[in-house]
Design a binder for this molecule. Structure first.
Ligand code: XBP
Ligand code: MG
Length: 251
């Protein structure tokens, strides 16, 4: 089957958005609302097992703040917290605090030159994706993507495959024509659940997760100046489109 599209997760895959991005923004909003909640790096690693910021706050209240009484209906309160948290997050992006991961800018540019379709399949909001793409690729960045499948556009968040099915439909491609890029077990399960071959680029929050079922597990995608180790590839130290074409047919 011919490679026609690449589908990228956002948080942890396009960029290291979690520890110095979303986590900081969550803490800023807790402070703003007068809550003495503090998500340190370690706790955040545990909470990351819950996909979705709103779902994560609800889980935290239920498991860590059992005596908390919300000033308004809990759902509305969480929505308010989450909206402001995303404003703070967008500010961090604009300030240039959230760099892309190695190889991402290069591979996206190569994919465009090769006329591959580009998709996003993420749990975070569309606004956050657009903010990240604009911060790194300029005002036109979001238009490079044929589909931005995000957040509440589907009913069930990762590890459910809803967001990948939705993205495939918008791209008008079959799973067998695409490769997905993920950084977490929840994300990988979502992608392989939709029958999409998946490359996992781990980070320090996800490196010990179970990635059985992934087509390839890497530290990062690599660049000519910043090589990565690709298993069974002696002469290649960064992921290229030619390599992805070969991967789709051979593995
Ligand atoms: C990312 C998430 C998101 C982000 C925060 O998962 O779970 O919740 O942490 O974004 P994935 P929101 O990378 O698997 O898509 O607060 O906007 O949900
Ligand atoms: Mg992710």
């Amino acid at each position: 089957m011919k490679l026609r599209g690449l589908i990228f997760d956002v948080d942890g895959t396009l960029a290291e958005t979690e520890r110095e991005g979303h986590r900081i923004a969550f803490n800023q909003v807790f402070k703003k609302f007068g809550l003495n909640w503090d998500w340190d790096s370690r706790l955040y690693g545990t909470l990351l097992k819950i996909s979705g910021g709103k779902e994560r706050i609800l889980y935290y209240i239920n498991h860590y703040q059992p005596n908390f009484i919300s000033p308004i209906a809990t759902d509305n309160f969480i929505t308010q917290l989450h909206q402001l948290k995303n404003q703070y997050y967008l500010q961090l992006l604009e300030e240039g605090k959230i760099p892309l991961r190695p190889g991402i800018a290069r591979l996206i540019s190569e994919a465009k030159k090769s006329n591959l379709k580009l998709g996003i399949a993420t749990t975070t909001t569309e606004e956050n994706v657009i903010g990240l793409l604009q911060a790194h690729f300029g005002a036109e960045g979001p238009k490079w993507f044929d589909c931005i499948a995000a957040g509440d556009m589907v009913r069930n968040k990762k590890p459910a495959s809803d967001i990948y099915y939705y993205c495939l439909q918008k791209l008008d491609l079959n799973a067998s024509q695409c490769i997905a890029f993920e950084d977490s077990e929840n994300g990988m399960r979502a992608a392989i659940g939709a029958q999409i071959k998946t490359i996992v680029t781990v980070n320090d929050y996800t490196e010990n997760e179970n990635f059985s079922g992934a087509t390839l597990i890497l530290e990062h995608l690599g660049d000519p100046q910043f090589p990565t180790k690709i298993p069974n590839e002696k002469n290649l130290n960064y992921v290229t489109i030619d390599f992805l074409i070969q991967l789709l047919t051979e593995r």
